[in-house]
Design a protein around this ligand. Structure first.
Ligand SMILES: [Mn+2]
Length: 318
């Protein structure tokens, strides 16, 4: 259970609040940061949004210029480091692994609170309190439960950004979407979320689209399994998106996209509708995740060998 009062108490006991998320910020990360900004603000704290990313997509720039009008100006770690004291609180959303933070030095802040929907690993941050729910569609969905139970108000512009966050993490309210996800969306519309503006935030990069379509089109189908082997180097997000898309086709129960992430590193992104446990299969490659959504990175192996091994773990495929 999400302990709203405990979170309220922790924020209340702090001197100042610093909120961050993972590097290469996306809309779920930004939306959940902003939601927590209003939670901490209502409790009466001075709040700093810490983002160290150097470049942003056009869509992210659009969102950042919107929040500037609400007087929320993201700061770099260097701008805030002198403000840190013993009672400072670091709130981390949409990630729970320290090395993926906007700035790893933020971990020096003694008191930490994590709100996330990704599976925990042994590298998960030590906190005074963490709420990690892998059944939640997004970090925004969790933060909205908090906003609802603490009676916090958020401006319509923030609701729009959070709507974009949920949209992205659920692939348009299809994946990991539950009643709670839709209830979060209802709450966002009550705050005045603007679907038209969120369409601007959700605009895709055409080159990325082409890379992902190329992956999808090279898929081989084995009964109810889809396996895609990528050509050349890819971003890990390409692999994830390819596997997400493949799950939508007739008969497919699980999808695997395999491609080079670097000269020496091969990534696999795996998805399932739930009848096949892809976390179990990825664990055989030292990866992890959950039953329907898992991944791994393998060093120094040939893609063809990895594919062969995968097919073996899947019990041989026709
Ligand atoms: Mn997320």
């Amino acid at each position: 259970m999400l302990d709203s009062l405990k979170i309220e108490g922790i924020i209340n006991a702090s001197s100042e609040v610093f909120i961050t998320a993972h590097r290469n910020i996306d809309f779920d990360a930004l939306g959940s940061i902003l939601g927590m900004y209003y939670v901490a603000n209502k409790i009466g704290k001075n709040v700093h949004v810490v983002i160290d990313d150097e470049d942003y997509s056009k869509e992210m720039k659009r969102a950042l210029s919107t929040i500037k009008k609400l007087d929320i100006i993201p700061e770099k770690y260097n701008d805030i480091k002198d403000k840190i004291d013993n009672k400072s609180l670091l709130i981390v959303t949409d990630v729970n692994v320290g090395k993926r933070l906007q700035n790893i030095k933020l971990l020096d802040i003694k008191n930490k609170l994590v709100i996330d929907h990704h599976i925990e690993t042994k590298d998960s941050i030590d906190t005074i309190y963490k709420y990690i729910d892998i059944t939640s569609s997004s970090a925004c969905e969790i933060v909205l439960k908090l906003i609802n139970s603490l009676n916090i108000y958020i401006p319509s512009e923030i609701a729009t950004i959070m709507l974009a966050g949920i949209y992205i993490d659920t692939n348009g309210f299809s994946l990991k979407t539950t009643k709670d996800t839709h209830e979060s969306a209802v709450l966002l519309y009550q705050f005045g979320a603007d679907t038209n503006e969120s369409q601007y935030l959700l605009k895709q990069n055409f080159n990325e689209y082409k890379r992902i379509q190329k992956l999808v089109l090279s898929t081989e189908f084995y009964d109810n399994i889809a396996i895609t082997i990528g050509d050349g180097k890819h971003l890990s997000t390409d692999l994830a998106k390819s596997s997400d898309i493949l799950l939508r086709f007739n008969n497919i129960e699980a999808s695997f996209t395999i491609a080079k992430l670097d000269d020496d590193i091969v990534g696999i992104s795996a998805r399932s509708l739930g009848n096949i446990d892809v976390a179990d299969i990825m664990s055989k490659f030292n990866g992890g995740g959950h039953r329907t959504d898992a991944a791994t990175q393998i060093k120094g192996c040939k893609i063809s060998d990895i594919k062969e091994e995968l097919i073996k773990y899947l019990g041989g495929l026709r």
